[in-house]
Design a binder for this molecule. Structure first.
Ligand code: ACO
Length: 321
């Protein structure tokens, strides 16, 4: 029995912010951002909520899969920027969608979150206990960025993507790999609220996303090819068998370096980071939906999904579409 993606959906906030727009409010330039990252623009939430974006993405995925809300028996949402600390994004989604038969919880594995959620869905499907799972990845990271820190705030964007997965005899996940290294966690960090109670109080300071860009870069280019090879090995396939590699959209130079290390031409790596920036847990499902809607995925195609990010965490999945 395999876990098959039967429908995809996504939504980005309405407001587009170009590199030139940013250069009007901070000391940066289109040239600096484009040459170092490939990013030209990103969508930032100005009036949207993450729940609202995820609801629309989920409805699209349900439509394509031909699924009614009450048929969903699990909702897994990957995010680190839900509208509330609780209720979780997945519980908010359950309410908004009327998915009354679902059990729902969130997964935080930063930018690898969607891969971790997909892996979790795969494990639950394989037990036979759950049959139809909504897997969502989305972020409104812009609220967690220090807009005075030009080295991080130019990199990220907001948005949500969703897939419906179901058990299938023929197509679906063929191989999967994931891992974590908490010892390297400080390379990408955003602290939660500090201890604050009548017996122990700290100055109430909000923390924003901090990143050691070069450490993350080195980690990504070493780890992503390795995790892809592990997932391929489990699938009994090689890179030559793969039609498309859908990678986390952090930086074009990371994707180029992964392509080179895998010895695969760049035209097998669709990208949308140019117009979306890095949407953390949202980037893989949003790009997957984009290429699905463009008709770039055909039944039986072998594709790789891969992510990496805070934790540090990483993961890859090999699927037949
Ligand atoms: N505009 C203009 N100048 C800038 C900007 C900016 N937005 N940001 C930094 N600079 C300056 C720095 O101040 C520094 O100036 P200095 O030399 O006078 O001190 C100079 O540019 C070089 O800064 P570096 O940080 O060394 O730049 P680098 O070439 O390493 O590029 C980058 C930074 C793009 C973040 C790179 O390290 C990278 O690609 N890292 C990969 C990590 C990544 O993509 N993370 C995304 C999020 S994490 C994730 O998704 C898992």
């Amino acid at each position: 029995m395999k876990t098959r993606i039967c429908g995809t959906g996504s939504l980005l906030p309405e407001q587009t912010v170009t590199n030139d727009d940013l250069s009007k409010i901070m000391d940066t330039s289109d040239e600096w951002i484009k040459t170092r990252t490939g990013i030209r623009a990103r969508h930032l939430a100005t009036k949207e909520t993450l729940t609202g974006l995820a609801v629309e993405a989920s409805k699209q995925a349900m439509d394509e899969a031909g699924i009614l809300p009450e048929q969903i028996d699990m909702i897994l949402a990957a995010t680190l920027s839900a509208d509330n600390i609780f209720p979780s994004l997945s519980c908010e989604l359950q309410r908004e969608l009327g998915a009354v038969n679902a059990t729902a919880f969130d997964i935080n594995a930063a930018c690898s979150g969607f891969l971790f959620a997909l892996h979790t869905a795969d494990a639950y499907i394989k037990t036979g206990r759950y049959k139809t799972i909504l897997v969502v990845g989305g972020e409104i990271l812009s609220k967690m960025l220090d807009w005075n820190d030009r080295s991080t705030c130019v990199l990220f964007g907001d948005g949500a993507g969703a897939v419906i997965v179901k058990a299938d005899e023929e197509c679906g996940i063929l191989g999967i790999s994931q891992g974590s290294d908490g010892a390297l966690g400080e390379a990408l960090l955003c602290e939660n609220r500090q201890i604050n109670n009548p017996f122990a109080s700290n100055p109430v300071e909000l923390s924003y996303t901090k990143m050691n860009g070069q450490a993350v870069y080195k980690f990504a280019v070493r780890t992503v090819p390795k995790t892809i090879h592990e997932a391929l090995k489990e699938a009994g396939l090689t890179v030559e068998d793969i039609q498309l590699f859908v990678l986390h959209q952090a930086n074009i130079r990371i994707i180029e370096s992964v392509a080179k290390r895998l010895k695969v031409p760049m035209d097998k790596f669709p990208t949308n980071l140019q117009d979306c920036g890095n949407i953390s847990a949202g980037s893989v499902p949003i790009l997957l939906d984009e290429i699905n809607r463009k008709g770039m995925l055909h039944k039986g195609d072998k594709i790789v999904l891969a992510g990496f990010g805070g934790g540090l965490t990483w993961g890859a999945a090999v699927l037949s579409w």
